[in-house]
Design a protein around this ligand. Structure first.
Ligand code: NAP
Length: 312
């Protein structure tokens, strides 16, 4: 029985994945690329990275799906992905490290008021703004999972005043965690900087909307590192225009690549990144996938599994 690799890849990327996976998989594993000729009935495991919808149709002997991406929202939105086949998430310390570094860069950029100084530079204005220390800067994190926890811990270690929001309650030294709508309201009203690290689900879609922005203190900034579908774009533009929000750093968008005529590109109070916060590291992801396949071959189900009912 074989392994199928399927993703939104060009020929060169497929070739690099094949090379990295071949270096890690057990010698008797047979790896097929979606671009190869193969018998669909021979596929037992699918390695997927944002696969085009319908990619897994006809794989009647499929028993395991291993995601090579952290987010599984696109995979779960494909109704043709067989509901009985377990999906294993990618947990990669390198990806977590990359996200932590990106979130720290965003928070420091906002905390040290670089957007305001950039505006001053444009008009050659020499003006010192009041200095604020990290312990006086309140950061709220939506999502306290694999990435949210790492980001929260890194910010707390630099003395930022961090709170986080999740579905279940968590206890975590040095970080107040909140749940539910009242917990969200309490977190929002004290967040000078709000970072979104939620998965995109039916419950979290459009969560960054006018109602949420209103609950943030005037002059707050937002950082969206999760998914474009979390953000109501029109509400963000309104909140920036009214001055209620000072700045937004956006790594993800409803449409990617961000269309060339999109107003976010030239907005002075938006920093737009081309979905680079935390990319899959092919070498480490291939090793993690291969280790999980070894576990599966040894009759143990790898973890963590995606909870289909929750959507993440
Ligand atoms: P994760 O481990 O699944 O954690 C998700 C967190 O969100 C958990 O704390 C979960 O609560 C919370 N949550 C989910 N639904 C909720 C709801 N309705 N209300 C309140 N909290 C809710 O996910 P992760 O690995 O940290 O990744 C988060 C997201 O980052 C991914 O889904 C992906 O979209 C994004 N991402 C972006 C990039 C990039 O390059 N920009 C790279 C990787 C990932 P519980 O703890 O109670 O379960």
């Amino acid at each position: 029985m074989s392994i199928l690799l399927v993703g939104e890849f060009g020929a060169e990327e497929y070739a690099r994945w094949r090379e990295n996976l071949a270096a890690c998989l057990a010698g008797d594993e047979i790896l097929r690329l979606a671009t190869d000729k193969y018998d669909p009935a021979s596929i037992e495991i699918a390695l997927v990275a944002n696969p085009p919808a319908g990619s897994l149709v006809g794989l009647r002997n499929l028993r395991l799906i291993q995601s090579l991406w952290a987010g599984v929202d696109r995979l779960l939105s494909d109704a043709t992905v067989p509901a009985h086949v377990p999906i294993v998430r990618l947990i990669d310390p390198n990806l977590t490290q990359a996200m932590t570094e990106c979130a720290l860069a965003c928070v420091m950029f906002l905390h040290r008021q670089f957007p305001a100084y950039a505006e001053q530079q444009a008009t050659r204005e020499w003006k010192k703004r009041p200095q604020t220390l990290a312990r006086q800067r309140r950061v709220g994190i939506l999502g306290f999972g694999q990435l949210g926890q790492a980001v929260a811990a890194a910010l707390a270690s630099l003395n930022f005043d961090v709170e986080a929001w999740s579905a279940r309650s968590h206890s975590f030294e040095g970080i107040r965690t909140r749940t539910g709508q009242s917990g969200l309201a309490a977190l929002l009203e004290r967040s000078d900087i709000l970072i979104n690290l939620l998965p995109l689900t039916a419950e979290t879609a459009d969560i960054l909307n006018a109602n949420l922005f209103r609950q943030l203190p005037r002059g707050a900034s937002i950082v969206n590192l999760a998914r474009g579908g979390h953000l109501d774009e029109g509400s963000l533009l309104d909140a920036l225009a009214s001055g209620h929000l000072a700045h937004a750093i956006l790594d993800v968008f409803r449409e990617e690549p961000l269309p060339r005529d999109h107003p976010f590109w030239s907005h002075p109070r938006i920093t737009a990144l081309p979905h680079v916060a935390a990319e899959t590291d092919m070498k480490t992801a291939a090793k993690i996938a291969a280790d999980n396949i070894r576990e599966f071959r040894g009759s143990r189900m790898p973890a963590p599994l995606v909870d289909r009912a929750k959507g993440y």
